[in-house]
Ligand binder design. Structure first.
Ligand code: FAD
Ligand code: 2HG
Ligand code: ZN
Length: 456
């Protein structure tokens, strides 16, 4: 690699994508340089916005030849700092890779560009009675490429799995400029390594995803949402497990603690969803071809403090309490986000222990807990803490490991958690990951510093 001046590189990139899509001006680069949480930011040498796979490959070639590292970015809704520049890399934005192929109703599949937003693909599949099967609050901005790169989870994992389960094929540009393309979407295709599976969850360090073949799921004709006030996390978990095992239409089992509920209510000006004070709230969503309400009501036999929504607007109003917590936390400050999974039996005790741990390590800090209860996935958010002080992160992640959990459930490692990856992965696993990285990207061109700790 030979280092070239930024002007020279900008000229080479402009010849590939057009001058309008190479951004050098600091005010134009700014929206790409800070992540959603505002905890992670850096300056990009340039922002480049290619419009198709051939342009992505040419951009990768030009950057490699210029000795300029690349950071892929989709919707910039990631929460671990993996999609923003750190040390003057070129930022490759996929937002112009938004093409939507025609839906194949027989296979229930569609091929879409990596820059298509989740909401756009949901709207594209809906007239065919189909859905993506992964859903999350950032749907209007999060891209399919970003969701593949992070192996996004969301609210329907217990029904349809994470993004990896929805990926039927991937096209990606490697650091050497080669295009890997495997988009036929055959249900049975036992022809060697699962490269699409490998790229899923690779956080932009192995290749730039350019197109994705998605396996869609039936879109339920009828939906119902219930928000329940619960006496504690233990009770919420028992109710959630009974619903998971007893009501086949259950799509989502989400929880939030009283602090999260109070914050979202004051931020969004929302009335109390149910009468009374409750330490924990459980949101249950069901979807089926027929009305799921009778089975849900029968399963919730005990008298509960509950609000139920069957019409779209009422369901959305109940979902707002849960989905807008991230926005409410962001409005309150720059949070430390610790997205962790625990074995289900360990969850209630962990919730108490983690609050104690946080107040021991940082007495003034505010802890908020919410997440995907059905998956054992807790979003521990900590406010009123210096963004650079990672003592709380360290204590919480070590506690998670002692309780048998994982330091990342769905958001990935990014730059936020590289230091702790060895807690969740053995030296042998880390060496295998590093060998794969070195084989596919020997110059370390793609997303340096993300996912793999230096020297792992
Ligand atoms: P970006 O933030 O742009 O990038 C994320 C990572 O992927 C970076 O490492 C980047 O380099 C890499 N990347 C992006 N595009 C590509 C590509 N085409 N090829 C290679 N690498 C690429 N996440 C969940 O899992 N579940 C949730 O429920 C959830 N809810 C959220 C709610 C809100 C309000 C917000 C703000 C975020 C939420 N997230 C959630 C996190 C985020 O939306 C997901 O991680 C999402 O998958 C990121 O997509 P993106 O397009 O914004 O990716
Ligand atoms: C959610 O489930 C998202 O709300 C975001 O994964 C979690 O903001 C967070 O920490
Ligand atoms: Zn989540």
């Amino acid at each position: 690699m030979r280092a070239v001046a930024t002007d020279e590189l900008a000229g080479a990139l402009a010849r590939i994508v057009g001058a309008a899509h190479v951004l050098a001006d600091p005010s134009l680069r700014a929206p790409y340089e800070t992540d959603w949480t505002r905890r992670f930011s850096g300056s990009a040498r340039l922002v480049v916005r290619p419009a198709g796979t051939a342009e992505v490959a040419a951009v990768v070639d030009a950057c490699r030849e210029a000795g300029a590292a690349l950071v892929p970015q989709g919707g910039n809704t990631g929460l671990v700092g993996g999609g923003v520049p750190r040390h003057g890399e070129v930022l490759l934005s996929t937002t112009r890779l938004g093409g939507l192929g025609s839906v194949d109703p027989l296979a229930a599949q569609v091929t879409v560009g990596a820059g298509a937003t989740l909401a756009a693909v949901q709207a594209h599949a809906a007239p065919h009675g189909l859905d993506v099967g992964v859903d999350l609050g950032a749907r209007d901005s999060a891209t399919i490429g970003g969701m593949v790169a992070t192996n996004a989870g969301g609210v329907h994992v217990l029904r349809h799995g994470s993004m990896r389960a929805r990926v039927a094929g991937v096209e990606a540009v490697l650091a050497g400029g080669q295009v890997l393309s495997h988009l036929a979407g055959l249900r049975k295709d036992n022809t060697g390594f699962d490269l699409a599976g490998l790229l899923t969850g690779s956080e932009g360090v192995l290749g730039v995803v350019t197109r994705v073949r998605l396996q869609l799921v039936p879109r339920p004709a009828r939906r119902v949402v219930a928000l329940l006030g619960m006496p504690g996390l233990d009770a919420a978990l028992r109710t959630a497990v009974a619903l998971r095992d007893g009501v086949p239409s259950v799509e989502a089992l989400e929880f939030m603690d009283a602090a999260s509920m109070a914050l979202v209510r004051s931020h969004a000006g929302l009335a109390a969803p149910v009468p009374g004070e409750h330490p924990v709230f459980l949101l249950v969503a069901c979807g089926a071809a027929d009305d799921p309400l009778p089975a849900l009501t029968a399963a919730l036999a005990e008298p509960l403090s509950a609000a139920v929504g069957t019409e779209r607007a009422d369901r959305a109003a109940l979902w707002a309490y849960r989905e807008r917590v991230t926005e409410a936390v962001g409005a309150a400050g720059v949070p430390h986000k610790l997205d962790v999974t625990l074995p289900l039996p360990a969850l209630p005790a962990f919730a108490d222990e983690v609050r104690r741990t946080i107040s021991d390590v940082a007495p003034g800090a505010r802890a908020l807990l919410w997440g995907h209860l059905g998956d054992g996935n807790v979003h521990v958010n900590v406010l009123d803490l210096d963004p650079d002080d990672d003592r709380v992160d360290d204590a919480v992640l070590r506690l998670v490991i002692r309780r048998g959990g994982s330091i990342s459930a769905e958001h990935g490692i990014g730059v936020a958690k590289t230091r702790w990856l060895p807690l969740s992965r053995t030296p042998e696993e880390l060496a295998a990951m590093r060998a794969i990285k070195n084989a596919l990207d020997p110059c370390g061109l793609l997303n340096p510093g993300v996912l793999l700790p230096a020297g792992a």
